[in-house]
Design a binder for this molecule. Sequence first.
Ligand SMILES: [Zn+2]
Length: 277
Amino acid sequence: MKEALNKSFSYHEQNGIEYYTVPAFTASGLVIHAFSGRNGGYSEGGYGTLNLGLLTDDDPELVVRNRKKFCEVVGIDPNSIVGTEQVHGDRVLKVTQAEKGHGALDKDSVIPGVDALMTNERGVSLTAYYADCVPVLFLDPVLKVIGVAHAGWKGTFAKIAAKTVQAMAAEYGCRPELLLVGIGPSIGPCHYEVDEPVLEIVKEAFPAWWKTLLEKSNATGATHLDLWEANRKQLCDVGVKEENITVCRMCTYCLPEKFFSHRAGMPGRQMVVITLK
Ligand SMILES: [Zn+2]
């Protein structure tokens, strides 16, 4: 039944591991990519079972076992992972073969101070880790360039998704109108209540269309914010075509049997990974 909610992403299950993919990315034939669910791993409690975040208080040995199992199912070498510190900032970093393995199987080697990555080298697995924050994947199918961004509310309003597009254009000559983008499972407007200080930041970040991101709850009168739309619209503002953006629209809070949700009290992390074949 729940899979019916997932009209835009494809669902996969293998050896108890559940993951999701973007049909347009798969159709390109250029990449291996996956957004993880929370089942099929070895962790326990609030990390149960497929916690893929090393920067948590979970047993790191279990996280590494989870990562290896997930990578095996998806078809990626776990040693090729590049992981970042994720500081809710707006810094985008170009990586190459030299960074492979940083943040892959131990937390001390994560790349500090960065929330987004891009590369045009094959076999370099870009990753991000999240519970309610918005994971955004990028593919230039013409120049064969990939990117990933971690966009919580701070990153969303610092426009990290738009800045990743601009960094891919500046570094590799990518044309925004040709980019494919996937916006993954994360907290939906149904469960993202915001207060006045955050609303001020929303207005300042997006003066042209901030009103379209907000919805008043009939039940509580609280204001809810649509982070999916905030990312989608900022991508369109920098030239990405609407029809090239796939939004998963699965809310992590609504689906505790499928995903970790920070706001729902689960400290585990999902992972998104993308590699050029
Ligand atoms: Zn929800």
